[in-house]
Design a protein around this ligand. Structure first.
Ligand code: BGC
Length: 730
């Protein structure tokens, strides 16, 4: 059957079902509750975490259409794959007992692999995936995550985060693909395609959810869930395109911004949720609220005088499903609102038909659909190897004075610092638990930075440090030990976190870490700094005085091994920064800044710029040639450039192609990334790369807030070369 036929058939089925459903059943479909609502109390420590009576109450009495999250003990935590299969089976068995046998859709956060299934393959976080500049790896991550979810009986992933990371204080920066719109678009859509394939009902594919629509990532004060002020031009230029691309790539669900933009909370924003998302972008799937955010319109935002008014506001703004999450208040209030005529039945039918359509598309209505086998699909050797490669490509070598790296296998290494011997600091939030900070739950066969160095080394390796991030480090002892070692590997950074728990007041590192760094530098031994964590914490003073700097961010479960691979030269680093790494706490300027941000006394002066990343070999990029120097508006323009490995070892190089619109009716960035390609080259090998820029690449949001291409001159920038072309208005 072709897609059109399938779509028509699904539409008929949904319409038929709608005629059979009671109002209660419809509103239940719009209700999503947390696992806690159907859980056996923790104290009972039962084998089966589902309380059947509670589940039946939720599904048969309240007609709940969706459940999310993992069992609580006392926080959601990863469960064995068999437990998940059983839980989902139990849930669907109860839905099969309901009058119309409408299946539930179970949602889970699997943002770098199947977070809540024990021993899953946990990839580098999104900020690292962006640093790979390798869409193929992002595609593979999507594929592997979907497979592991399906092997766990799960089918709906609250991922990818399509927010743009332009506020480095924000505790979810690392969940984004960085500051650049083009990079985030390419990486995010590759992930979606790998995750969903052409048909997400396939046995090894699963649905994605774009989040958090829109503007969530740009809080003015840097704290999670606080206001952003984003003018409509900026919104359309920087924050909407990734979501639009995600919709085009086929993601059928969208989670809404938990905070507010321009004074309007995301969950009450009709303009964003309906006018832009539906009328302009043509999104056909369903929207889901974020955690308790309809209640928040009343309780937190004081936008609605009562919770009932909040439900009305959110549903009328365009929310289709409410992540309530702990009670049935949404169901009850919405029922009252429809009965009293305050919310029209047509709006309910619209929301429910969207939800049912996705459920049909996902194949959920097929009771005989087999569950993917665990064997051969879960935590396979091949997936682990892909993960290790992703981790390697995601680490940025930012400084390598006097070729301190690669290390010699015989060197005697002192490893110290709060991030040196923990797995949690490599993974960050959404790892096994929500905050990712329970080290005791991490798989013991994975390697920390220290252990990975120890494994590879043929010399003496000593660790000075504690057993947790908070443990103080005996600086005196570290200084003494340094004496008998050749090199110090100093691991600094952040403990794991996400959301409001990760709020900070400054990007500065804590004084203990600075003191340790100063003491290590003062030993006179060469120091290699390894930074781990989700944000660019300020290291300028330290970076100046150490010999080497590796920016590891959150490279995932294979991160320790990957860092050791790079330190010893078993892998030639190829990661590039997906953000501008600030030099000072308040000098937050993005690479695609406006001309006035680098004019007269103003400068773009980060510690490391966007796109920065060194290699153990050298590359030369040159011979930039445009096929034409003049095109008509609406045409593509082709160009080529040659890249050569001019060093002595094999390596991967990413060629970044930027564009500048030389004069425009709205001020344009000095340069903006429009294309990139990553190639692997043997020493002496050269390759010619071709690029095509489309009208979209030349466009911007004009004075009237519409996307336009303006005739005039454009500059292409690749490495040290530039080339001009003009666009005419024919
Ligand atoms: C987060 C979302 C997440 C949801 C469900 C919220 O607190 O903001 O990103 O998907 O919880 O766990």
């Amino acid at each position: 059957m072709n897609t059109q036929e399938t779509n028509r058939e699904i539409k008929n089925k949904v319409n038929q079902l709608l005629t059979e459903m009671t109002l209660e059943e419809k509103i239940g479909q719009m209700t999503q509750v947390d696992f806690a609502v159907i859980a056996v109390p923790d104290e009972l420590n039962a084998d089966d975490p589902v309380d059947k009576a509670k589940l039946e109450e939720a599904v048969l009495k309240y007609h709940v259409g969706s459940i999310l999250n993992a069992p609580f003990t006392p926080h959601s935590k990863a469960q064995p794959v068999e437990t998940w299969r059983k839980v989902i089976q139990t849930v669907q068995a109860v839905s099969a007992k309901s009058r119309l046998k409408i299946p539930l859709i179970y949602g889970i956060d699997a943002i770098h692999g199947a977070t809540y299934t024990q021993n899953s393959v946990l990839f580098p976080q999104a900020i690292n995936m962006a640093a790979t500049f390798n869409p193929e790896l992002s595609f593979r991550e999507g594929e592997i995550t979907a497979r592991e979810l399906r092997a766990s009986g799960l089918q709906w992933n609250f991922s990818p985060v399509m927010d743009i990371g332009r506020q480095p204080l924000w505790p979810r920066l690392w969940e984004t693909y960085g500051e650049d719109v083009h990079l985030a678009t390419v990486l995010g859509t590759s992930y979606i395609k790998g995750h969903q394939g052409n048909d997400y009902s396939a046995i090894n594919k699963a649905l994605t959810c774009l989040k958090h629509y829109v503007g969530y990532s740009f809080p003015i004060n840097g704290k999670d869930r606080t206001p952003a002020w984003i003018g409509e031009r900026m919104l359309r230029e920087y924050f909407l395109p990734t979501f639009e691309a995600g919709v085009k790539a086929g993601s059928p669900t969208i989670m809404v911004n938990s905070a507010e933009v321009d004074g309007i909370p995301g969950h009450a924003n009709y303009h964003y949720l309906t006018t832009i998302l539906r009328d302009e972008m043509g999104f056909k799937g369903f929207t889901v609220s974020d955690w308790a955010d309809i209640k928040n319109l009343h309780k937190r935002d004081q936008l609605a005088a009562t919770e009932k008014e909040a439900v009305k506001m959110a549903v009328m703004a365009g929310i289709d499903m409410s992540m309530v999450p702990f009670d049935f208040s949404f169901y009850q209030l919405l029922l009252e609102l429809v009965k009293s005529g305050e919310v029209p039945k047509a709006r309910i039918d619209e929301a429910v038909s969207r939800i049912l359509t996705v459920k049909y598309q996902a194949g959920l209505f097929d009771p005989k659909a087999p569950v993917l086998r665990v064997e051969g699909n879960f935590s396979t050797a091949e997936a682990i190897e892909t993960n290790r490669q992703a981790a390697r490509e995601s680490i940025v070598l930012a400084k390598n004075a006097n070729n301190v790296l690669p290390l010699k296998k015989e060197s005697r290494i002192l490893v110290t610092g709060p991030t040196a011997n923990l797995l949690s600091v490599l993974n960050g939030g959404w790892t096994i638990t929500w905050q990712g900070d329970d080290e005791s739950l991490y798989p013991q066969d994975k390697l920390t930075v220290f252990k990975a160095i120890q494994n590879k080394s043929k010399g003496k390796v000593t660790y000075v440090g504690g057993n947790s991030f908070a443990d103080g480090i005996d600086i005196q002892k570290a200084v003494q030990e340094a004496e008998s070692h050749d090199i110090v590997v100093l691991c600094l950074g952040e403990k794991p976190y996400t959301e409001t728990a990760g709020n900070i007041d400054s990007l500065n590192l804590d004084p203990e870490q600075i003191n340790l760094a100063k003491a290590m530098i003062a030993t006179g031994k060469p120091v290699v700094l390894v930074m781990l964590g989700g944000r660019p914490r300020i290291i300028s003073g330290i970076a100046e005085q150490v010999s080497g700097v590796l920016l590891g961010f959150l490279p995932g479960m294979e991160g320790g091994s990957a860092i050791a691979d790079i330190l010893y030269g078993d892998y030639n680093p190829s990661g590039r920064l997906p953000i501008s790494y600030p030099r000072n706490t308040n000098d937050i300027v993005m690479y695609d800044h406006k001309p006035m941000e680098a004019f007269e006394f103003n400068t773009y002066n980060p510690l490391y710029p966007f796109g920065h990343g060194l290699s153990y070999t050298t590359f030369q990029t040159g011979g930039l040639m445009l096929e034409r120097d003049k095109i008509n508006k609406g045409d593509n323009i082709n160009m080529t450039v040659t890249v050569k490995n001019t060093g002595t070892v094999k390596g991967k190089e990413t060629v970044l192609l930027y564009l500048n619109d030389i004069a425009a009716s709205v001020s344009r960035p000095k340069k903006q990334l429009k294309a990139f390609k990553k190639v692997e080259l043997e020493p002496g090998q050269a390759e010619s790369l071709s690029f095509t820029l489309t009208p979209f690449d030349l466009s911007f949001i004009g004075v009237d807030l519409k996307r336009i291409v303006e005739p005039g001159d454009f500059k292409v920038i690749v490495g040290d070369e530039t080339a001009l072309f003009s666009v005419t208005d024919q």
